[in-house]
Design a binder for this molecule. Structure first.
Ligand code: AMP
Length: 283
């Protein structure tokens, strides 16, 4: 499997693919790969002639230095895992910060029509400017036909679609379902940091989302939100940061439910200093 650390070298390969009219799929990741990532990569391999997986912990999307420093990194293990999927049509781009940012490690300012304001945008200041900056740059470097993003980061997925629309970027965005552990916990690189007690407590997040979905059928949004907040007050290991029910297309909260609209619930929880997020379609 070919691994590139510099865009100048990757560009030569991309040029070859383009000249042969081979389609390119891009799967952006921050490494510490797990089965959730692999399911996306397998989908990309089915749908493209070549797949480029980027492994880059993007500093500009972290508002918390400690979170950035503690983010799990292990390129060698990632590569071993990727080899189990495909050695042939898969390429890794694992750049340095300098290769992506030069000597200006800064995010651009974006306007995503308000999609960036609630939830992750509210609790992680500047997060989506960082995401927009790195993804736009990756698109410029890789020039993919298709790019794959997980619904695990649903707000991010919506923002990437908006980025493509606003800048008229020639790439098709493919949404990928959330991959879960058997007990329902959404797979995440951060799960490796959980202690065994925290890991045992963590499936409570998805169980609560499932119950919230049931309650949403007959109860008001306000009542469901209050109920969820109450559940976490009693929890010894998990601290709720936010639980929000929003309209899927705008990510805005709303006054009255409408049968014609689609809604989603979003949650962020802390287990000590480890931040976990999840979401679920409600109707
Ligand atoms: P990350 O490495 O966490 O930045 O994730 C890279 C990509 O994989 C993002 O598009 C994520 O939304 C996606 N992803 C991460 N975990 C999961 C999961 N459990 N199920 C589906 N997609 C995921």
């Amino acid at each position: 499997m070919d691994i590139y650390h510099e865009k100048i070298d990757l560009n030569v390969v991309v040029e070859t693919f383009k000249s042969k009219k081979l389609t390119i799929g891009l799967v952006p990741t921050m490494g510490a790969l797990h089965q959730g990532h692999l399911s996306i990569i397998k989908k990309a391999l089915r749908e493209n002639d070549r797949v480029i997986v980027s492994v880059f912990v993007n500093p500009t999307q972290f508002d918390n230095k400690d979170d950035l420093e503690k983010y799990p990194r292990n390129l060698e293990t990632d590569i071993e895992l990727l080899k189990t999927v495909s050695k042939k049509n898969l390429i890794v781009y694992a750049p340095s910060i300098e290769d992506v940012y030069g000597n200006n490690i800064k995010a651009s300012d974006f306007n995503f029509d308000g999609l960036e304001d609630p939830m992750e945008g509210k609790f992680r200041l500047g997060h989506f400017d960082g995401v927009g900056t790195v993804v736009k740059r990756l698109f410029e470097i890789v020039r993919p036909d298709n790019a794959y993003f997980g619904e695990k980061d649903f707000q991010q997925l919506m923002i990437i679609k908006k980025l493509v629309e606003k800048f008229n970027l020639p790439v098709h965005i493919v949404a990928c379902e959330i991959h879960r552990e058997k007990d329902g916990l959404a797979m995440s690189s951060r799960n490796t940091r959980l202690s065994s007690q925290q890991r045992n407590a963590a499936p409570f997040i998805y169980k609560t989302l499932l119950l919230a979905r049931e309650k949403f059928v007959n109860k008001s949004t306000k009542k469901v939100v209050e109920w969820v907040e109450q559940q976490f007050v009693k929890n010894e290991f998990l601290k709720l940061e936010y639980f929000t029910i929003a309209e899927t297309s705008t990510l805005r909260t709303f006054k009255r439910k409408s049968k014609k609209k689609s809604y989603r619930a979003f949650i962020a929880v802390y287990a000590d200093d480890i931040r976990l997020i999840d979401n679920i379609a409600l109707n």
